[in-house]
Design a protein around this ligand. Structure first.
Ligand SMILES: NC(=O)c1ccc[n+]([C@@H]2O[C@H](COP(=O)([O-])OP(=O)(O)OC[C@H]3O[C@@H](n4cnc5c(N)ncnc54)[C@H](OP(=O)(O)O)[C@@H]3O)[C@@H](O)[C@H]2O)c1
Length: 249
């Protein structure tokens, strides 16, 4: 029997899907019936994740900051399935935690190239290939809603993701393609593990999280399934914040 969150028959691309939050989201989408295409730069990680998730899951490597890679990803998915229903733009790099005067132009460009230009390219080519009923989910961050200390490029990239989402949601409403963000709080992954286990900084982050723990990638799965499915059919241009209450405190 189908339910509101049923994704059977949906073709879902998850960028950065080989590990961390992207992998947790991919597992949730697959559990609810979707065919998942994992993307990222490291083929071995992607292949391992695809095999572990099983079912129809497969992978296609792509660097989201490279236009040719994103076009090739689109073409590979369309050649195999003839459509793209859901796009989870999750690939991203972390804050570098430096004051602006110690942040080089190269460091700024690296974060913006992946977190923001990569988002632009994936929306343009992968979201652009969607038909009516499609759903784009841009993974931003609580850092797209509030400022974090020593994180100017990261906050700029995630704040940009939030407003790119709203602008695109308006432009694509007439196509019947919805665009939302999912904004995680602190999730224990390769990107954050060192910070979250730090004696001082980790304890400070924990103290600021009312639910009293850091998230796991699995905690992000329910939100992405909701945004991908018909359960969120009247929601576009919005941000689903999943942060254990961090921004409420
Ligand atoms: N962890 C947190 O607390 C947290 C909080 C808020 C928001 N987020 C956001 O959530 C997303 C995932 O973070 P995470 O914690 O899961 O990080 P992670 O464990 O470091 O994983 C990052 C993923 O992105 C991929 N990636 C990086 N650069 C890429 C590129 N140029 N092209 C394609 N794929 C690329 C990586 O694969 P390859 O290296 O193989 O390419 C990897 O699969 C990011 O957008 C991050 O900003 C994380």
């Amino acid at each position: 029997m189908s339910h509101d969150f049923d994704l059977t028959g949906k073709i879902c691309i998850v960028t950065g899907g080989g590990r961390g939050i992207g992998r947790g989201m991919a597992e949730g989408l697959a559990r609810n019936g979707a065919t998942v295409v994992l993307s990222g730069r490291t083929k071995t990680t992607l292949d391992e994740a695809a095999a572990a998730i099983g079912g129809d899951t497969w992978s296609h490597p792509a660097d989201v900051s490279k236009e040719d890679d994103v076009i090739a990803l689109r073409d590979a998915v369309l050649a195999r399935h003839g459509k793209i229903d859901v796009l989870v733009n999750n690939a991203g790099v972390d804050p570098i935690f430096k004051m602006i005067d110690r942040t080089s132009l190269e460091e700024w460009k690296h974060i913006v190239d992946i977190n923001l230009t990569g988002l632009f390219l994936c929306c343009k080519y992968l979201g652009g290939a969607m038909k009516e009923g499609g759903s784009v989910i841009n993974v931003s961050s609580v850092a797209g809603h509030v400022g974090l200390m020593r994180s100017v490029p990261y906050c700029a990239s995630k704040g940009g993701a939030e407003l790119m989402t709203k602008a695109l949601a308006i432009d694509w409403a007439s196509r019947g393609v919805r665009v939302n963000t999912l904004a995680p709080g602190w999730v224990d992954t390769d990107l954050t593990h060192e910070l979250l286990t730090h004696d001082v900084h980790g304890q400070r982050m924990l103290a600021g999280t009312p639910l009293g723990r850091f998230a796991t990638p699995k905690d992000m799965a329910g939100g992405v399934v909701f945004l991908a499915s018909d359960a969120s059919s009247f929601m576009t241009g919005q941000s689903l914040v999943i942060d254990g209450g961090w921004t409420a405190a």
